[in-house]
Design a protein around this ligand. Structure first.
Ligand code: DQA
Length: 153
């Protein structure tokens, strides 16, 4: 009989550009919670789900891409809010496709109810799914979705 503990699931939570300004930034669109408050909430939810999370925010495309590459050795799933890079970044999409780590895309706002340039996501075709429009809860739903996906697949 094996005495090895099952490996704990580890999820990388990536926040893209301008999300460090949450709380100050257009609160009517993005809500009043700061990024630290969102991360704290996710830490609690991760504890309840019995998974590990690691949260990172960057305003730089290359930093996000490096984090996605490095996730191969460390994390089984990714939850990403790519911010405006959602609508522009072939490079982030290629990084996610390249590492083949199951990914859920999240947005605080409902991008389909906003300006037409936000209606297209380069990330969606390489993600398992997308959660958009539930404010900070989008992250919680995204975390739950990726954990259930990983446990069932
Ligand atoms: C966002 C939506 C994007 O269109 C925007 O550029 C953001 C935030 C969201 O969480 O609603 O920075 O990803």
């Amino acid at each position: 009989m094996s005495t090895q503990e099952p490996l704990q699931i580890s999820i990388l939570v990536l926040h893209g550009p301008n999300l460090n300004l949450l709380g100050l930034r257009e609160p009517e669109t993005y809500g009043s919670l700061t990024l630290d408050a969102i991360n704290l909430r996710l830490e609690k939810e991760a504890y309840e789900l019995q998974v590990e999370i690691f949260c990172l925010q960057s305003n730089h495309e290359g930093v996000l891409i490096d984090a996605i590459h490095q996730a191969r050795e460390k994390h089984q799933g990714i939850v990403i809010n790519p911010g405006a890079y959602t609508h522009t970044s072939v490079a982030i999409r290629d990084a996610l496709a390249g590492v083949e780590i199951p990914t859920v895309e999240v947005h605080l706002s409902n991008i389909y109810r906003r300006e037409s340039f936000r209606h297209h996501s380069y990330i969606a075709p390489v993600a398992i799914g997308q959660v958009s429009g539930f404010g900070a809860n989008s992250y919680s739903l995204g975390l739950r979705a990726i954990v259930e996906y990983l446990r069932c697949n």
